[in-house]
Design a protein around this ligand. Structure first.
Ligand SMILES: Nc1nc2c(ncn2[C@@H]2O[C@H](COP(=O)(O)OP(=O)(O)OP(=O)(O)O)[C@@H](O)[C@H]2O)c(=O)[nH]1
Length: 166
């Protein structure tokens, strides 16, 4: 669990790091079902991991809910000297799938906050209607509370500190 702030709203996100190995696939797929946002991650120093993204993407299409938000990540950006996948390749693949793209480094923290914030933003946008409903509800509750407070005050008692017990 982590709390991040997006557009002035504090959002609590639950993060699952699913296993990459084939033998855990059955369990991994179970996590897709409840996901609202997914990072598809490859390693920029491994062409093989980049090639695997197509397989991950088709699994996500098959098992994740329809409105799930996805971002493509090329991790280990700190390993420039071992790079096998160009940034352009990442961008190209992301474009094909209609996803945002970030190169990141879990070692140096490069683009970690940015990518999490962006994915959270996308999830919030996808749930905009529910969110606006919640905002309206909260505003209504507030207005009601203010109204009740007003009604409680006897006339001319606005400046009298002991006029009301509520
Ligand atoms: N240089 C560098 N190494 C990293 C980075 N992120 C992860 N690693 C290293 O890569 C190795 C694998 O990291 P994991 O976090 O186990 O990768 P994973 O994708 O969760 O592996 P799976 O168990 O297959 O799911 C570890 O030795 C990490 O220290 C990074 O950004 N830069």
């Amino acid at each position: 669990m982590k709390t991040i702030e997006v557009d002035g709203i504090k959002v609590r996100i639950q993060i699952w790091d699913t296993a990459g190995q084939e033998r855990y696939q059955t369990i991994t797929k179970q996590y897709y079902r409840r996901a609202q946002g997914i990072f598809l991650v490859y390693d920029i120093s491994s062409e093989r991991s980049y090639q695997h993204i197509m397989k991950w993407a088709s699994d996500v299409d098959e098992y994740a809910p329809d409105g799930v938000q996805k971002i493509l990540i090329g991790n280990k950006a700190d390993e420039e000297q071992k790079r096998q996948v160009g940034r352009e390749q990442g961008l190209q693949l992301a474009k094909e799938y209609g996803m945002d793209f970030y190169e990141t480094s879990a070692c140096t923290n490069f683009n970690i906050k940015e990518s999490f914030t962006r994915l959270t933003e996308l999830v919030l946008q996808a749930h905009r209607k529910e969110l606006d409903g919640l905002r309206l509800y909260a505003a209504d509750e507030l207005n009601l509370a203010e109204l009740e407070e007003e009604e409680c005050k006897p006339e001319g008692a606005e400046n009298s500190p002991k006029a009301c017990w509520c």
